[in-house]
Design a protein around this ligand. Structure first.
Ligand code: F6R
Length: 602
């Protein structure tokens, strides 16, 4: 997580410009933020604050054409100003921003403390800046090199000592360059115009695009020196120079606005109509190529995290039902411990909205090493996942601004359904079901249905626990709906496979415990109904999400039947309930506590 951004050049009001860059990276973490800039005397000045950037400005910081900034998602040390980045060394002449976890920070810290370094934060990051300070001081003693070269070499040597997946940008008061290094965490260099003598560094290319489209995506184990007129990449291992190629990207990035909606989450729930329509009419040639790849693979695995993992799990039911094809599912963070059996014939499909989730990328890299073919179903063009994969399918859901994922989930389901129908030679049928799902979503978004959900949310907002059940494809929908409820409203919600109730879970049901059941018109209906009856017999308050009413429902949310595609409107009903519960609780669903949109640490 964490967003890092550095600018050097002739741009006007550089600290403010870095702040704007940080705002575009805030989805990576919003616990606290900070910016360091150089003053006319070449001294480092820092402003740090806890909380979101909001309407803050950095007018008090000096502007001398060079600044770096950080937006934090805490890993080591609480959310305090002291723990916010940038961090300074003892002399106040070196400052660092960091994304990742320095796994051996304690080991590195002890000898530094012995040597007299004073630590002012509880972070792992601060170790980096003292280590650089220490190595640089040693280096300078017998150096025949320039200050800049000594600085770059010290960063390289320090970074080599750090274990874990990390990216850092470092500024040294006398050097007029940034030195950055990366291993695992993403870092992109932007080459600005010659007239502006400007260059940039950021953890996400999108933050650089307002300045330049001339980009270099740093590879692991590289160190770069970035000045006004120079960009020099070196190998981390031995410091030798590397020839690199910049690429000109022509991505069109649409700036999303909330418009008439109170929150991005609600807007993105509505966006699903258009997204699903566009999947229904997606280019079948591209999809057929991917379907053929799945058909010929000897073992297909779908992996993702959180919401994306639930889409993968839904995919196993989709491929089994529609294409009679077995695909395996794993949570991406577990797949790394499960992949010993992969061969060159294996196909691993990574599902991700951001394309930056480190647990996913790490497992995919391991799968790649074993010779497996990698496919991405990803929303963000140019993301790490996009670049790492052998084949890619862009979800084209448009940018998701709310931290709580909605439209990327249903886009994944829709594409998986289309792929399975194409594999079964029934593309038109797939399209028809998807269009039915669009109609069902439209019905859910009408005011009378929303009023029902609002009323329900008012009743449930004060509850401690909500349980959700489903069987077959409705099982991942129960899991996903529970996640929407808990991550945004902070109410404890758990999804279960309906059949598992009597194996333990039913012990949790008391008088008036809210129990939500997903009952589409498929072979799971009667069994899920039995589960709900068992919950009702223990006092549960039964909420049915179904194509038809049943007398045991205390509350009923009607969702029209659209075959296996009913999973899509059912998921949308779960999203809306999560959204209105959040509003009831007064939480901002676009930025719930403790979360980040892009999970780039393990
Ligand atoms: C939940 C949510 C997360 C993400 C997960 C994976 O609403 O957003 O569970 O789905 O962190 O993220 P991506 O899809 O970007 O890999």
């Amino acid at each position: 997580m964490c967003g890092i951004f550095g600018y050097i050049g002739k741009g006007k009001n550089v600290p403010q410009l870095v702040l704007a860059g940080l705002k575009s990276l805030e989805y990576r973490g919003y616990d606290s933020w900070g910016i360091a800039s150089l003053d006319k005397q070449g001294r480092i000045r820092i402003k740090k604050k806890t909380g979101k950037i909001g309407e803050n400005n950095v007018e008090t910081l000096p502007d001398n054409g060079m600044a770096l900034g950080h937006t934090r998602w805490a890993t080591h040390g609480g959310v305090t100003v002291a723990n916010a980045h940038p961090h300074l060394d003892c002399s106040g002449k070196i400052t660092v921003i960091h994304n990742g976890i320095i796994e051996n920070y304690l080991e590195l810290k002890k000898p530094l403390i012995k040597k007299g370094h004073i630590f002012r934060s509880e972070t792992d990051t601060e170790v980096a800046v003292h280590l650089i300070e220490d190595i640089l001081a040693d280096h300078k003693k017998n150096s025949v090199k320039t200050v800049k070269e000594d600085f770059a070499e010290s960063v390289r040597l320090a970074f080599k000592k750090m274990s874990g997946l990390n990216a850092i940008i470092v500024m040294e008061a006398g050097s007029q360059v940034f030195v950055a290094a990366k291993n695992g965490s993403p870092l992109t260099i932007g080459r600005g115009t010659v007239q502006n003598e400007e260059n940039l560094l950021a953890s996400d290319a999108h933050a650089i695009l307002p300045f330049t489209r001339d980009l270099y995506f740093m590879e692991d184990d590289e160190v770069v020196t970035v000045g006004r007129k120079e960009i020099t990449v070196r190998k981390l291992a031995d410091g030798t120079k590397k020839q690199i190629k910049f690429q000109q990207v022509n991505w069109q990035i649409r700036e999303e606005v909330k418009g008439k909606f109170t929150h991005f989450m609600l807007k993105e729930i509505y966006d699903q109509i258009k997204v699903l329509q566009s999947v229904a009419s997606a280019d079948k040639v591209e999809l057929s190529k991917l379907a053929a790849l799945i058909a010929k693979s000897y073992g297909t695995y779908m992996i993702g995290c959180g919401t994306a993992a639930y889409a993968c799990l839904a995919g196993t039911y989709i491929f089994s039902k529609i294409a009679k094809k077995h695909v395996n599912f794993s949570i991406a963070s577990e797949f790394g411990y499960l992949l010993d059996f992969l061969t060159k014939q294996s196909l691993v499909i990574g599902l991700s909205q951001s394309g930056e989730t480190i647990d996913l990328l790490d497992s995919l890299k391991k799968a790649k090493e074993k010779g497996a073919t990698i496919v991405a179903l990803v929303n963000v063009l140019g993301s790490s996942l996009y670049r790492l994969s052998d084949h890619k399918l862009l979800l084209q859901a448009g940018s998701e601004k709310a931290v709580v994922s909605t439209k990327a989930f249903t886009a994944k389901l829709a594409y998986l359904m289309m792929l399975a129908y194409i594999l079964a030679g029934k593309a038109e049928l797939g399209k028809n079901y998807l269009l039915k799902a669009v109609q069902a979503v439209e019905a859910i978004l009408k005011s009378d249905f929303q009023q029902k959900i609002i009323n329900l949310a008012q009743k449930l907002a004060s509850r401690q626990h909500i349980y959700l059940i489903g069987r077959g494809i409705s099982y991942p929908i129960a899991l996903e709906s529970a996640l929407k409820i808990k991550e945004a409203s902070y109410i404890h919600a758990e999804g279960f496979a309906g059949g598992e109730l009597k194996h333990g879970v039913i012990a949790l049901i008391e008088k008036n415990t809210p129990c939500i059941g997903f009952l589409p018109n498929d072979e799971s209906y009667n069994d899920t109904l039995s589960g709900l009856m068992e919950m009702k017999s223990r006092g549960g308050m039964i909420i049915g999400v179904s194509f038809r009413h049943h007398e045991i429902f205390d509350e009923y949310l009607p969702v029209s039947d659209c075959g296996i595609a009913s999973a899509i409107p059912n998921a949308v009903a779960g999203q809306l309930l999560g959204y209105y519960l959040t509003v009831q609780k007064g939480v901002d669903p676009d930025k719930p506590r403790n979360l980040a949109k892009s999970v780039t640490v393990k």
